[in-house]
Write a protein that binds this ligand. Sequence first.
Ligand code: ATP
Ligand code: MG
Length: 558
Amino acid sequence: MKTEETTKSYHFIETIVRQDIEDKKYDARIHTRFPPEPNGYLHIGHAKAILLSYGISEDYNGKFNLRFDDTNPITEDTEYVDSIKEDLRWLGADWEDRECYSSDYFQQLYDWAVMLIKKGKAYVCELTAEQISEYRGTPTKPGKESPFRNRSVEENLELFEKMKNGEFSDNTIILRAKIGMDSPNMHMRDPIMYRILHAHHHKAGNKWCIYPTYDYTHGQSDYIEGITHSLCTLEFENHRPLYDWYLDQIVEGDYRPRQIEFARLNLNYTVMSKRKLLQLVKDNLVSGWDDPRMPTISGLRRRGYTPESLKVFAEKVGIAKRENVIDIGLLEFSIREDLNKKSQRVLAVLDPLKVVITNYPEGQTEELDGINNPEDETMGTRKIPFSRELYIEQKDFKEEANRKFWGLKVGKEVRLRYAYFVKCESVVKDKNGNITEVHCTYDPASRGGKSPDGRKVKGTLHWVSAQHAIKADVKLYDRLFTVENPEKVEEGGDFKDNLNTDSLETKTCFVEPFVKDAKILDKFQFERTGYFCIDKDSTKDKIVFNRTVTLKDNWKKK
Ligand code: ATP
Ligand code: MG
């Protein structure tokens, strides 16, 4: 018999990790990290990266670091640090006591830079930004050497020291690695190691006015932390030779971290660059980073997504070496599956139409039993109040309709979920001819919605008792963008031109009283309608629901 172990297939990164363990590379130790730059909130793509790196550390008895890659003081902020930690915790990624910051390594990085200068492998360059890019050449044309390239070690040391001491103004001079201007890899053409920025750093304060680049920081930070497998997205593939080059200059023993790239997650109908998400926030096109329409982890959480659904989604997407675009429907499928198993069912009416049960005694109420979750018996039952005046959905009633219509129409009998068979006798209209009330009679012998004599009804409708229902706000979300690839714009256009102006609809709805004590983020299935959760804007007096997702994928019908 096959065990789970032998039937399981491994993606290419796991295969590498397993081989390294077998070969006792790194003494069979596994240590991964997630290195966000604290310049925005995390999005679903980051969730994929976190679940991958954390998942590997967990599966192979390793360790996992959270490392803030905070080398750019201008865009970084502690608000982002806090949100990132909250999102990781929520996803279940545990970095234990290893909350690391690249900025904690600034002194070490500086010392290594001095070492590189001494070895003749780095120099201070005074070319302007335009000159630097001009000298860099193109992928097909070799670059030109900077006239400052052959300064003496002493001169470089002195200038670098002055850079550190704040004797130059911003962006005047830089420190560069001396590698070669004719490398076919543009990243290797004497890359920048340090630039001058007189800016307050969220953690290091005003201690530094020179800041290391990502490339000069990342591999060394991995090395300092003892990372074994440094997993990142494909855009860093061309940086890998540089990652290795810097390590070659500083590493003495056998150990060195290894960078491995995988395809980033791309989702249609959304944007994922932090810069673009920030624009949506700054321009007030969404209510904030955690707007439930945003692809951010905080937005998805507020929308009602669960960490489990994101894990299932990430597994379905898989780890590949080639980029592709995932349909947002797969994300919605994952949350639907999860909530179907877990969520409490309630009856709620979004577009109310009043129903009067004319043969039900005025002033009488009774309680009927509703099943909390047909997928999970242990969730039990609850009492749902019933009375003479109810609400049903407008779309469940038609004065006249053909035989295909399963809702209520004059002369027809339907079942009210968990309650009774009711038959429509007549309607009341206002002076404009709009139906304001539907009058029905009920069959007392059909209590619980059971047929008393074997007669059948086609439709089962949800309803609420008008006098008992809780009036709540409900927010219905549509896609944030109208096109699959919002980043594809005409010349002179902007991705924001592709925003869906109807992506939020707020309504008043009526929900059975069961939800009255619910807490923020509690999740419900409104029977026949969709999955909803309680929004953080709810108050003592007013519950606000977010629609997480409809019950079925109905985008295609639009
Ligand atoms: P930007 O959106 O400005 O390009 P970023 O998303 O790359 O920034 P980082 O904070 O540098 O922001 O990302 C942290 C880590 O998350 C990186 O290692 C990166 O490889 C990974 N990552 C970023 N975007 C995705 C994505 N869409 N799918 C998977 N991993 C991602
Ligand atoms: Mg990045």
